[in-house]
Design a protein around this ligand. Structure first.
Ligand code: FAD
Length: 371
C-alpha cells in the first residue's frame, strides 16, 4: 500500500505539539500522566503504548502490596547501604498509601489477609530471626510503625509474620487508573510501538512512521527501556506465575514469601492458589525481555507446591503467564532527566506495585518544575 499522507483536516487535528508524551502505559507511566494532568488541567497529555493493553509487568504481576520480607532486606545489604534500604522502604510504604488513596481499596480489591515469610531450614530461620530487630527498626524509621515483623509459625513451618502487608488485583488497579486518566482528559494511543526518541528535539517516532512532537517526554518503559535508550543500565528479569484450579481445603490463606522474595504465593478467592517466582534457579535464561514459560522453573514450582505447600494430589494449574521486570544494579529505580526536557522513570526492580505510583507522581513533579 502506498503511504496515504495526511488530509488538510488530519494535519490540523494531528500535527499538534503535545505538552507531555508518556511512553509506556504501565502503572508508572499512567500515574505520571494522571498527576501531571491534575496539576495542569489545560495540558495536552498523551500516553503511548505498544500493547492493546499494557504489556510489561503492571497487569501481569502477583499483586503483593508489600514493602519487603526480612530475608529480602538482609540480602539487599549486599548491594546497598542501610540509608538507601530505609529510604526504599519509606517509598514503598508511601507509594502503597498513595495508590490506595488515589484508586480506592474497593476498586482495586485491596485486602490485608496477613503476610508471612516461611522457612524450610532452621539455620536460615535463626539467621532471619536474628535480624528481626534490625528490620523492625528500619520499618519504624521509614514508616513510624513498630514491630512489623515477628517470629511465628504457619502450617508447621517456622515463619515471620509481616504486619500491614496487603494484596490487590493488578488488572483492576491499572484499569481504575486508566478510567481516572480518561476522566481527566489524558489521551491514549494503544498498539503503537515507539521506535526511537529524540530527547534533544523532543520527538517520539512510532514504528508506523508517525512522529509526535512534544514539549516534554517521559519514558516509563521499565525493563524495555534499553531498547530505546542504550546507555540505561536496566537488566530484564522474567517472572513466571500460575494460578491453580480450585483446591479442596486450601490451607494457605494470605500472602507468603520464601527465599529472599524469589518465591511468592497467595490465595485467590477462597480456594485458588497463585504461585510464582523461582527465576533464581535458572537466572541466565530468565534474564530476558521475551515472554514465555521456562519448563525448568515451572516444574520446580510444581514440586514446591507438592513438597513444601503439600497441596492435595489432584491439584492442577488453571492458568499460567509471564511478565517482565526491570532491575537496576542496586535495585534503586532510575528517575533522571535526559536531554533538555525529558525524563526517564524505570527500573522498578520487582517492587512496582508499591513504587510505581509514587515514582510516577515524583516524575510529574519534576516535569512540572521545568514549566
Ligand atoms: C510475574 C511478576 C510478578 C510481580 N509481582 C509483584 C508483586 O507482587 N508486587 C510488586 O510490588 N511488584 C511485582 N512485580 C513488579 C511490578 O509488576 C513492576 O515493578 C511494575 O508493574 C512496573 O511498572 P511499570 O509501569 O514501570 O512497567 P511496565 O508495567 O512493564 O510498563 C511498561 C510499559 O511500557 C510499554 N512499552 C515498552 N516498550 C515500548 C515501546 N517501545 N513503545 C511503546 N510502549 C512500550 C509496555 O508495553 C508496558 O505497557 C511483579 C512483576 C512480574 C513480572
Amino acid at each position: 500500500m502506498k503511504k496515504p499522507g495526511r488530509s488538510y483536516w488530519e494535519r490540523e487535528l494531528y500535527n499538534q505539539v503535545y505538552d507531555l508524551v508518556v511512553v509506556g502505559a504501565g502503572l508508572t507511566g499512567q500515574s505520571l500522566a494522571l498527576f501531571f494532568k491534575r496539576k495542569h488541567p489545560e495540558a495536552n497529555v498523551l500516553v503511548v503504548d505498544r500493547g492493546f493493553y499494557p504489556l510489561g509487568a503492571s497487569t501481569r504481576n502477583a499483586g503483593f502490596a508489600c514493602f519487603g520480607s526480612v530475608t529480602e532486606h538482609v540480602s539487599d545489604m549486599q548491594i546497598e547501604d542501610e540509608a538507601k534500604i530505609i529510604d526504599r522502604i519509606r517509598r514503598r510504604h508511601e507509594g502503597l498509601n498513595l495508590l490506595r488513596e488515589t484508586l480506592g481499596d474497593a476498586n482495586i480489591q485491596y485486602e490485608e489477609p496477613g503476610g508471612y515469610e516461611i522457612f524450610t531450614d532452621e539455620a536460615s530461620y535463626q539467621q532471619a530471626v536474628a535480624n528481626i530487630d534490625l528490620c523492625n527498626s528500619w520499618l519504624e524509621k521509614a514508616t513510624g510503625v513498630r514491630n512489623v515483623y515477628h517470629a511465628t509459625k504457619y502450617e508447621g513451618y517456622p515463619a515471620i509474620k509481616i504486619e500491614m502487608e496487603g494484596a490487590l488485583h493488578p488488572g483492576k488497579m491499572v484499569n481504575t487508573l486508566y478510567i481516572k486518566n480518561l476522566k481527566e482528559g489524558v489521551k491514549f494511543r494503544w498498539q503503537n510501538k515507539v521506535k526511537s526518541i529524540d530527547t534533544e528535539e523532543a520527538i517520539v517516532r512510532l514504528e508506523g512512521g508517525i512522529t509526535l512532537e512534544s514539549k516534554h517526554i517521559a519514558v516509563a518503559t521499565n525493563s524495555f527501556t534499553p531498547e530505546l535508550m542504550q546507555d540505561v543500565n536496566i537488566e530484564a528479569g522474567r517472572g513466571y506465575v500460575f494460578v491453580t484450579k480450585p483446591v479442596t481445603n486450601l490451607r494457605w490463606k494470605g500472602t507468603f514469601h520464601y527465599d529472599r522474595g524469589y518465591y511468592y504465593f497467595r490465595n485467590i478467592g477462597e480456594d485458588r492458589l497463585l504461585l510464582g517466582g523461582a527465576r533464581s534457579i535458572d537466572i541466565e535464561k530468565e534474564t530476558t525481555r521475551d515472554f514465555g514459560v521456562n519448563q525448568k522453573v515451572k516444574e520446580h514450582l510444581m514440586e514446591f507446591a507438592n513438597d513444601i505447600l503439600s497441596l492435595p494430589e489432584s491439584w492442577e494449574i488453571e492458568q499460567e503467564w509471564s511478565g517482565i521486570m526491570g532491575f537496576t544494579e542496586t535495585k534503586s529505580p532510575v528517575l533522571k532527566k535526559i536531554g533538555s526536557s525529558s525524563l526517564i522513570v524505570a527500573g522498578l526492580s520487582g517492587m512496582g506495585v508499591a513504587l510505581g505510583m509514587q515514582l510516577g507522581k515524583e516524575g510529574a513533579g519534576i516535569i512540572s518544575n521545568w514549566l
